[in-house]
Design a protein. Structure first.
Ligand SMILES: CC(C)(COP(=O)(O)OP(=O)(O)OC[C@H]1O[C@@H](n2cnc3c(N)ncnc32)[C@H](O)[C@@H]1OP(=O)(O)O)[C@@H](O)C(=O)NCCC(=O)NCCS
Length: 186
């Protein structure tokens, strides 16, 4: 499986990606609000080994986000389908690649894949509201904030809030019809 955008190639993570994955996933800037942070290169390699080769209900499938010219790994985008036409996702970019609109570009493509080829009815994502880059990204993509669960989970030694964002296939179609996708290729 492969997806293309003007500046990115998305495909599967391979064992050879372990060092790059470990480098950015263990970076404190990327790790701050993540549930999984690799403690070692071996743990990053194991993470890749354990991934399913294709999306399966109830399992996280991880898209590799690559520079098309040389195939370099610069981020990853996880999606989890529940088998009942709902999906959740999470995205990480290497710090040097942030602030260029690449996360928006990758997610725009993956949302199209979820609502199209995967026939998903609703996507949702959970984010710590202090994660301003992520909050901004979800809003730019047109997801609606549906809930703010106050102090709903224990994270890194404190109770954390959980903001829930979602989008329906009907909202996606209306958005595509109105042409907002152009915003990520300016
Ligand atoms: C969440 C994350 C992926 C967002 O990455 P990002 O690069 O900020 O997101 P976008 O792709 O939407 O880029 C937006 C920024 O690029 C800028 N930009 C530059 N060129 C752009 C372009 N061509 N198109 C759109 N935006 C562009 C925007 O102005 C914006 O900058 P700003 O935040 O200073 O206003 C990133 O912060 C990250 O990896 N965080 C760590 C992991 C994490 O917490 N993930 C969320 C858990 S679900």
């Amino acid at each position: 499986m492969e997806l293309r955008t003007p500046r990115l190639r998305l495909d599967a993570l391979h064992p050879a990606d372990a060092a790059a994955l470990f480098a950015y996933r263990a970076d404190p800037v990327v790790a701050r609000y993540q549930g999984w942070v690799p403690a070692s290169l071996a743990e990053a390699a194991q993470f890749i080994d354990d991934l399913p080769a294709e999306p399966l209900p109830g399992r996280w499938f991880q898209w590799a986000i690559r520079v098309p010219e040389d195939g370099r790994l610069i981020g990853d985008l996880g999606v989890c389908l529940d088998g009942r036409r709902q999906a959740t996702f999470g995205i990480s970019l290497a710090p040097a690649q942030q602030g260029r609109g690449l996360a928006q570009e990758a997610l725009q493509e993956v949302l199209g894949w979820l609502f199209g080829a995967m026939d998903v009815h609703r996507v949702h994502a959970s984010v710590d509201p202090r994660n301003l880059a992520s909050m901004g990204l979800l809003a730019r993509l047109g997801l609606r904030q549906e809930a703010l669960h106050r102090q709903s989970y224990w994270f890194c030694g404190e109770w954390a809030d959980d903001a829930v964002f979602a989008m329906l296939v009907s909202e996606w179609r209306a958005r595509v019809a109105n042409g907002p996708v152009a915003a990520c290729t300016r």
